[in-house]
Design a protein around this ligand. Structure first.
Ligand SMILES: N[C@@H](CCC(=O)N[C@@H](CS)C(=O)NCC(=O)O)C(=O)O
Length: 306
């Protein structure tokens, strides 16, 4: 009988009859945060997570906006050959995220389920398993599953090992990037799903979202990027929401006629899509609702110079 290399092992197909639907299991009285791993990579990392070529791996999902932010930042930071990445399957059953044929096996540990990555870190791990997850080969453990700080560390801590295409978290713009996050996080980046729902809460979320789109359209009429003269984390965080908007949450135009209703915002989104870091990390099939035509992301974008 042929023996399979551990690195060609794949999970069996999604099977909800056997494994049930995926559910977040968490006791109501559990005081620990849902996303429990918050390690930081840096030369002065208290846990010893020093930035090194080939040491870290990102477990991501093509479908997942939080992963997408990290994979874009990784590319903009020039880390394509410094920090590796692999992708879990888009679908799951009660076993959670898994490695299947569509995107290949786990190239680091040869696990079939992402859960095993967490169990290898903490015996009997019973918490939340999510992408993105940053894995450390040196200690064979999860560093973090917090997209925001993974992105910031990739953007800032690997300068000795890579030449960034662009600095996405420059010191002089950090306050403005985080101010924008405080505004756009709740109403846009985390607000879109609510805006597609019926009822008064959905209507409120829709108004807040479309007001934010209108304000962004005005802001982007006279500037190429949200902050400063080059793409930053603020653009990365917003863009992954925009690229999914008419493909998923607004696929059936339940929120508005489409992103193109805001011409500057729409041109800004297409302009970013011309950059390899944005284009090569985007897989429309992984987040487009069945049978939906996505708008033309290749239409030229006439943008103000920065
Ligand atoms: N808050 C998380 C967001 C990550 C997240 O929600 N990831 C989703 C996929 S897009 C996930 O894996 N969720 C696990 C689950 O649904 O149980 C972060 O900061 O990184």
């Amino acid at each position: 009988m042929p023996t399979l290399s551990p690195f060609s092992r794949l999970a069996s197909p999604v099977d909800t009859a056997t494994y049930g639907e995926y559910r977040i299991t968490r006791r109501a009285d559990d005081p620990r945060p849902l996303y429990r791993f918050t390690g930081r990579v840096g030369e002065n990392s208290r846990a010893g997570f020093t930035p090194r070529v080939g040491r870290y791996h990102v477990y991501a999902g093509w479908f997942c906006p939080w992963s997408h932010r990290v994979t874009i930042t990784r590319s903009l930071a020039g880390l394509d050959d410094v920090v590796s990445v692999s992708y879990v399957d888009n679908a799951r059953d009660g076993r959670g995220w898994a490695f299947r044929e569509r995107y290949g096996p786990d190239p680091v540990n040869g696990f079939t389920l992402l859960r095993q990555v967490y169990e290898a870190t903490e015996e009997g791990f019973d918490g939340h398993v999510s992408v993105p997850t940053l894995w450390d080969r040196a200690t064979a453990s999860v560093v973090s599953n917090d997209f925001r700080t993974i992105g910031i560390d990739l953007a800032t801590e690997f300068r000795r090992h890579a030449t960034p295409v662009v600095e996405t978290y420059p010191e002089e713009h950090r306050a403005e990037i985080e101010d924008l996050d405080a505004w756009l996080g709740p109403v846009v980046n985390r607000g879109v799903p609510a805006a597609g729902r019926p009822g008064p809460a959905g209507a409120r979320a829709r108004t807040a979202l479309l007001d934010a789109f209108a304000a962004l359209d005005e802001r982007l009429a006279i500037r190429r990027y949200l902050v400063g003269s080059a793409p930053t984390e603020a653009d990365v965080r917003l863009w992954v929401t925009l690229v999914r908007y008419d493909a998923g949450p607004n696929a059936h135009r339940t929120i508005n006629p489409g992103l193109s209703a805001y011409p500057h915002l729409w041109a800004y989104a297409r302009d970013l899509y011309t950059l390899p870091a944005f284009r090569n990390t985007t897989d429309f099939d992984s987040f487009t609702a069945p049978g939906v035509d996505v708008p033309d992301w290749h239409a030229p974008a006439d943008r103000p110079t920065p």
